[in-house]
Design a protein. Structure first.
Length: 300
C-alpha cells in the first residue's frame, strides 16, 4: 500500500525535482545566497537532492557592504559545513568602477544596486541559471513568477513572456545570452519554511530569534543601529527586544518586537501574524511597484 506524502514532504519532493531538472538542462547553474532562512533552506534542499555527492552548484552572494555581521559569519560557517564553493560579488566594486552609483541622502540604500552587481557576476561566471529563494506568498510581484523564470539577454524579466509549466515539465530552452532564474520553493509559505526548518533541524543566524538591539522607529519600521545609518532630526536609538523575519541590508530591513527565542515560539508568532514578512522592508515601501521594477531590472 502506497504511503501518502505529508504536505512538507510534497514540497520537498517538488523542490528536489526542480534542482535535478536544472542540473540536467543547464550548463552552469549557480545558487544565489543571501544568508537568509530561505536561501539556507535552499542549500539544505540541494544537499538532499544530490547526496551523497557534493552540491554541484557554486553559491553566489551579492554583498552590498551593509550586511548584518551575524549573517556573514553564518555564511562562512555554512560554506565549510556543506563543503561548497562561494563566489562573492561586491556592490562596492560596481560603485568603484562606475557601473553603479551610490544613492545620495542621509540614509542611502544599496539594495537596488544589487541587480547591477548580480548581472555582472552572472556574466563574469558565465552562469546560465540562477536559483533564488523567492516565494509566491512574499510579495505580489513574486506571485507572478514561474519555477523557471526566463530572462532576456539584458537580464530583464517580462511577466508576459513566461512559459507554461504543465505536468511538471519545465522549458529551459534559451537563446545565446539569455538565462533563467529558478525558484524551487515558489509554492512554499513562510510557515512551510519555518516548519521545515524545525523538521530538518536546520541551523539559522541568531538574529532570526529574539534578542536585544538598539533600533530607531522610522515610519513604523524598526531599523537597527549601524555605521551605515544617519539619525534624522528628532530621532534616537532605543533598545528593544526584537527579531528579524527576513534578512537584507541593515539600512532597510525592519525588525519586529518579539520574545520568540526558539523555533516553536517563532512558528506560533508566524501563525498569528497579519503582515507579510517583507512588510517591514523599507525598500519595498518606496513605491507600490518597487519589487516588480527591480525584477525587471534583473533583481533576484
Amino acid at each position: 500500500m502506497s504511503q501518502t506524502l505529508s504536505h512538507l514532504e510534497q514540497l520537498e519532493s517538488e523542490a528536489i525535482h526542480i534542482f535535478r531538472e536544472v542540473a540536467e538542462q543547464f550548463e552552469k547553474p549557480v545558487l544565489l545566497f543571501s544568508g537568509g532562512k530561505d536561501s539556507i533552506t535552499m542549500v539544505h534542499l540541494a544537499y538532499k537532492a544530490f547526496y551523497p555527492a557534493k552540491i554541484p552548484f557554486t553559491l553566489l552572494h551579492i554583498d552590498t557592504g551593509h550586511n548584518f555581521p551575524e549573517a556573514l559569519e553564518f555564511r562562512d560557517a555554512l560554506v565549510d559545513i556543506y563543503n561548497v564553493t562561494l563566489d562573492v560579488g561586491l556592490v562596492q566594486d560596481s560603485i568603484n568602477k562606475g557601473t553603479a552609483v551610490e544613492e545620495k541622502g542621509l540614509n542611502p540604500s544599496r539594495n537596488s544596486l544589487q541587480s547591477i552587481t548580480l548581472l555582472e557576476k552572472l556574466e563574469e561566471g558565465q552562469y546560465d541559471a540562477a536559483f533564488g529563494g523567492g516565494r509566491r506568498d512574499e510579495e505580489k510581484a513574486r506571485a507572478k513568477e514561474r519555477f523557471f523564470s526566463h530572462r532576456d539577454d539584458f537580464g530583464q524579466w517580462d511577466p508576459k513572456n513566461q512559459r507554461p509549466e504543465l505536468w511538471n515539465l519545465y522549458n529551459g530552452k534559451k537563446a545565446q545570452g539569455e538565462s533563467f532564474r529558478i525558484f524551487p520553493i515558489s509554492n512554499w509559505t513562510e510557515m512551510d519554511v519555518w516548519q521545515y526548518i524545525k523538521q530538518e533541524k536546520i541551523e539559522l543566524p541568531s538574529i532570526y530569534f529574539s534578542h536585544t538591539r538598539p533600533v530607531v522607529n522610522r515610519g513604523g519600521v524598526l531599523i537597527a543601529e549601524s555605521e551605515y545609518n544617519t539619525l534624522l532630526e528628532g530621532e534616537s536609538y532605543e533598545e528593544k527586544v526584537i527579531r528579524y523575519r527576513t534578512l537584507g541590508c541593515m539600512t532597510i530591513t525592519g525588525a519586529v518586537e518579539s520574545d520568540a527565542d526558539d523555533l516553536d515560539k517563532v512558528i506560533q508568532e508566524v501563525a498569528s501574524a497579519r503582515q507579510t514578512e517583507r512588510g517591514n522592508r523599507a525598500d519595498d515601501k518606496r513605491s507600490e511597484a518597487a519589487m516588480e521594477e527591480r525584477k525587471k531590472q534583473g533583481y533576484f
